[in-house]
Design a protein. Structure first.
Length: 303
């Protein structure tokens, strides 16, 4: 994407630290997750160009922080693999701390990204829409003292309106994902994917989900379906189509239909991206124990 491709030049012009040393292990672990997702999809060879990441100093500690995106990666002949939504790449922030780099609590699909100074620190200028926001808006995204968050909104005339955010501390070290519990111990394994049945969360961590994060996207993996619990879709068939890959054929209400009974049939491809992760082609989800899902968001009532 053009915004990311030129951002390294912008960073150099504004005196941000140039990245010459090897990437931090937390960032390389993120790359490994993307590679595994590509391999499991069977779409072809995984390639990561230098444009998959950018650096800035969001928290002002003099060390490079990282913004990573699939927009600088390719997975064989799958033209949509690098996108978090239709034609929209996702961005994830890693920030340096005294104990290593951490996922800084801000993952978003955006129409573009560039970097400027705001209140003396590096910030990302991002255009995106979120739950309840309606049309896409432009934000300064940066360090709020404890994590990455929206700091201000910029309207079409360039007016900057600060946003008061809650500075929830980050965990000092990002823990590895817990191993998937075997069938019959803890969460049972799903017959649809080689993953534990239960709740999965995208765009946030399990800890943020437990706090009721408004940006969380929830899904539930059962033996026959993966759903967000809000649609009126019905599963017509669920077929394993590869190693760690299943295809769901669903009948859903037709939004363009003239009658309320009009329905349309579509297919959704689900892929296991690791021992506790999956992708539905739009979001990457991670498994979260049910006790970390707010009671109000526990929509699944099956067996």
């Amino acid at each position: 994407m053009a915004g990311l491709a030129v951002s390294g030049v912008v960073a150099a012009q504004q005196g941000r630290p140039a990245q010459k040393a090897p990437l931090p292990r937390e960032v390389t672990a993120w790359v490994a997750e993307q590679r595994a997702d590509c391999v499991s999809s069977g779409s072809g060879r995984f390639v990561a160009s230098p444009n998959f990441y950018d650096t800035a100093d969001f928290n002002g500690d003099g060390k490079p922080d990282y913004v990573v995106t699939r927009a600088g990666m390719q997975c064989g002949n799958d033209a949509t693999w690098s996108l978090e939504g239709p034609q929209i790449p996702g961005y994830t922030f890693f920030v340096s701390t005294p104990r290593g780099y951490v996922d800084a609590g801000f993952d978003v699909a955006a129409e573009g990204i560039r970097y400027v100074k705001y209140q003396g620190r590096d910030v990302a200028v991002m255009v995106y829409a979120g739950p309840g926001m309606g049309a896409a808006k432009t934000f300064y995204v940066g360090w709020n003292g404890q994590r990455i968050d929206r700091l201000a909104e910029i309207d079409r005339r360039g007016k900057i309106t600060p946003i008061r955010t809650v500075a929830v501390p980050l965990r000092p070290v990002a823990p590895p994902a817990p191993p998937a519990p075997p069938a019959g111990a803890g969460a049972a394994a799903s017959r649809l994917l080689p993953l534990p049945k239960g709740y999965y969360v995208a765009r946030t961590s399990c800890e943020d989900a437990a706090r009721g994060s408004s940006v969380s996207v929830y899904g539930y993996l059962s033996d026959t379906d993966f759903s967000d619990g809000t649609s009126a879709c019905k599963v017509l068939s669920a077929t394993r189509t590869g190693q760690g890959v299943s295809t769901l054929k669903k009948s859903c209400p037709d939004p363009m239909g003239a009658r309320a009974t009009d329905r349309t049939v579509s297919s959704v491809t689900l892929r296991a991206t690791g021992p506790t992760g999956l992708s539905d082609g739009y979001f990457n989800y991670r498994y979260c124990p049910v006790n970390q899902i707010p009671p109000a968001r526990r929509f699944y009532r099956g067996n």
